[in-house]
Structures are given as structure tokens and as C-alpha cells.
Design a protein around this ligand. Structure first.
Ligand code: C5P
Length: 405
């Protein structure tokens, strides 16, 4: 299975139990997979493992109290709940499970669980009699019903000397379970082509025209498409980002190189997602030598670059085509106009006039339009937003494939 943990944000909850010491190994292993971890401990967990160990291994402050003024000033509990792509509690005591099943929130861990929309995974660890107790089993059933994933427990010899179900699953299995939460088959068997980043148009050997695109959104979409089972090719303009190892990446510089690469790769593509911020114009001439500075005004003649998205959308046998629209005003009107003008199947629009969203930032918001509908994906980290967008694209792609226009 592909490593889907890279760049994920994991809240690891550790509650009281002998298996709490395995939280150290779990933290290390989750980070090894490229994810970020923030550890939240219950008071009882302190009896079994020291917070300093987990702080050192996670590289982040470990938190316990809900009403910790200093910690709340850094990242509030609601922020932490929003930050998480997944919450895993390992080990989960009978007490924590009871609290979660009944919606109690009297410490940081249970509050974060209640306040998050991220998937919750629980690795129970307790004495076998406690696990088999009717109350625990009723709580487990309730939590499962609400979509909480229960990992384990395993059976075997217990710390208390008894034998039976209640041992926490091994760290390997927990990592597998966590990884699997980020993998789905919404795009299984499909070929997805993504453009990302800016393009760069030379004026002379040292100067160029470009824009502020970082490539974050496009790279996150490529990764999320691969996690949804697609074979992904990413065509990227100059970007500082490292291409996900789950996708095939083709590096280009100019709009024309990007257009050529897209046309070469298009055959057999089921879904084309144009997330690149293509430089609309290039200089008509490119100086062979560095242009000299002078006192007179300098006029550059700009000629339009090919519209890659519109070219793909105009083809007779074309993939399901998704474009982006960065707008500074009248978002819905402009996005709908672009949907029609370019003849694409879907437009994901964002308001780049809002502070701390859009081009270089880690967060974004999207309003997605297609001929018969629209959906708003509220402000979230780009990786999370990309997964939501890919899920929506998959939904529309399959609806489209069943009812061709
Ligand atoms: O028309 P506008 O540039 O706002 O459209 C943005 C959308 O079109 C984006 O999806 C972008 O990747 C795509 N585009 C393109 N080729 C261009 C300009 C934009 O593919 N030359």
C-alpha cells in the first residue's frame, strides 16, 4: 500500500495504560512516514510515560490540560482539532472510550475528539475482563456506529498476568490502519493528469515573467489523486516543492513546454486538472544577452501563451476537465463565465483577495462550480482541501460517466 502519511497532520492521544510506552515508538514511526505529530496525553498517561520523551520524539510541545493559558496561546484546542487530518488514540483506556461514547469533554484529548471533523481511530488496551465488560462493549458499539475506527485489540498474555483480548495492537498494525484511512478507491484504475505551479517566461538570460504560484495546491491534488487510487502524472512549472513519490512528475519551465507536455500525456487520461498558474503572456522577443539598463522607458511586447485548459476542453475525445479560477471579485459570476467560456466540466474558484489564503499560503478556500451545481469547500489547509476536491471530482466524474452529456 502506498505511503499516504506523508505531510499528514496527526494528533496522537495517549491515555493511561501500560501500553502508553508504545506511544513513543508510534510517534517516531508516524514521523518517519513523513507526517507531523502532536501528542496529547491524559493525566493518567503521565503515570506510564514522561511527556519529555514524547516532546523530543514529536518535536512539538506535548499537551494535556484544556485550560493551559500558554499552550492555548500557541495553538488553541479548536485550532488543534481543525489542524488534525486524523486523531489516533493509542492506547485508549476503557475510561477514555466511555467518555468519548458519551460525549464528555473534561480534558484536552476528549475535547479535541469532540471538536474535530477528522477521522478518529482508537486502539484499545486494557485488562481482558474490562474489555469484555458489557459497558465497554456497548461503548465500542456506539463509537463504531458513529464512524470511529477501532483498531484491535489483540489477544494474548496481558501485563496483569491474564490471557485474553485487550492487548494494544502492535505499532506496525496501527501505522497500517492509520495509513489506510488516507487511502481510498474513488479514482481506482483511472489516469489523472495534473498541471501545477507557475510557468516562467524569459525576457533575457537573467530575467523572466512569472507569478506568485507556489504549486502547493496542484501538488496536494496530485498526491490526493494518487491516494484515491489513480495513476497520476504531474506536470509542474518551477517550484520549490518535492514531488510526491506516488506520482510521475515532469518538470517544465514555460507555458509552451507545459502545453507540449500536456498534449503528449493526454492520451488515455480520464481526468485533467489544470491547477497551474500559467503565465498568460510571454515576451515576443527574448534577449540573447542581458538587457542593458537605460534612462528611456523600455517597452516589452507581450504575446499570449496557449490556453492549455481551453485547448484540452475543446478536443473531441477529452478527459473530464477541471480548471481553476483565481478571482479578486464577483467569484461566482466570473467562475461560471469561465466554466462556459472554456467549456470545462468543473471550475474550482478561490478568492485571492482574502488575507492569508490563496497563492503562497498553506490555507485556501474553494467554491466549486459545474453545470448543474456548486459546492463550497471552506477554508482549510491545502492538503485537506485537495482531498475534498478530489472526492468531489471523483463523484462528478462517475456521475458524468454514467450520464454522458
Ligand atoms: O483564464 P484563467 O487564466 O483565469 O483560467 C485559469 C485556468 O486556466 C486554470 O485552470 C489554469 O491552469 C488554466 N490556464 C491554462 N493555460 C493558460 C491560462 C490558464 O491552462 N494559458
Amino acid at each position: 500500500m502506498i505511503n499516504a502519511l506523508r505531510q499528514k497532520r496527526i494528533v496522537l492521544g495517549i491515555s493511561g495504560g501500560v501500553a502508553a510506552y508504545k506511544g513513543a515508538e508510534l510517534t517516531r514511526r508516524i514521523r518517519e512516514r513523513g507526517a507531523r505529530v502532536r501528542v496529547v496525553m491524559t493525566r493518567a498517561a503521565y503515570q506510564f510515560i514522561g511527556p519529555l520523551t514524547l516532546q523530543a520524539l514529536s518535536g512539538q510541545p506535548v499537551r494535556t490540560d484544556l485550560f493551559d493559558v500558554n499552550a492555548e496561546a500557541g495553538m488553541g484546542h479548536i485550532e488543534l482539532a481543525r489542524w488534525a487530518d486524523a486523531v489516533i488514540i493509542a492506547p485508549a483506556s476503557a475510561d477514555v472510550m466511555g467518555k468519548l461514547a458519551h460525549g464528555l469533554a473534561d480534558d484536552l484529548l476528549t475535547t479535541v475528539c469532540l471538536a474535530t471533523s477528522a477521522p478518529l481511530l482508537i486502539a484499545p488496551a486494557m485488562n481482558q475482563q474490562m474489555w469484555l465488560a458489557a459497558a465497554t462493549q456497548a461503548n465500542v458499539a456506539l463509537l463504531r456506529q458513529r464512524g470511529v475506527e477501532i483498531l484491535g485489540p489483540a489477544s494474548g498474555e496481558q501485563a496483569c498476568g491474564e490471557v485474553g483480548p485487550g492487548r494494544m495492537l502492535e505499532v506496525d498494525r496501527l501505522i497500517e490502519g492509520l495509513n489506510a484511512r488516507f487511502v481510498n478507491d474513488a479514482l481506482a484504475g483511472l489516469k489523472v493528469l495534473v498541471t501545477a505551479g507557475p510557468t516562467r517566461e524569459a525576457i533575457d538570460p537573467v530575467r523572466y515573467l512569472s507569478n506568485r504560484s507556489s504549486g502547493k495546491m496542484g501538488y496536494a491534488i496530485a498526491r490526493a489523486s494518487a491516494e484515491a487510487g489513480a495513476a497520476v502524472t504531474l506536470i509542474s512549472g518551477p517550484s520549490n516543492l518535492t514531488a510526491p513519490e506516488t506520482v510521475r512528475c515532469i518538470a517544465v519551465t514555460t507555458a509552451r513546454e507545459m502545453a507540449e507536455a500536456v498534449s503528449r500525456e493526454l492520451d488515455g487520461t480520464n481526468i485533467f486538472i489544470a491547477a497551474a498558474a500559467v503565465t498568460d503572456y510571454r515576451s515576443a522577443t527574448v534577449g540573447e544577452q542581458k538587457l542593458k539598463r537605460g534612462d528611456e522607458p523600455l517597452t516589452l511586447t507581450l504575446v499570449p501563451n496557449p490556453d492549455i485548459l481551453a485547448t484540452v476542453a475543446a478536443q473531441a475525445r477529452r478527459p473530464f476537465t477541471v480548471g481553476f479560477a483565481a478571482e479578486t471579485e464577483q467569484l461566482a459570476v466570473n467562475a461560471r463565465a469561465k466554466l462556459e467560456k472554456k467549456g470545462v466540466d468543473m471550475i474550482a474558484a478561490n478568492d485571492v483577495s482574502l488575507p492569508a489564503q490563496g497563492f503562497e499560503s498553506d490555507d485556501n478556500n474553494l467554491s466549486v462550480f459545474w453545470p448543474q451545481g456548486e459546492r463550497i469547500l471552506p477554508c482549510a489547509p491545502k492538503e485537506k482541501l485537495a482531498r475534498q476536491l478530489v472526492a468531489l471530482i471523483a463523484e462528478r466524474y462517475h456521475a458524468h460517466a454514467r450520464h454522458p452529456a
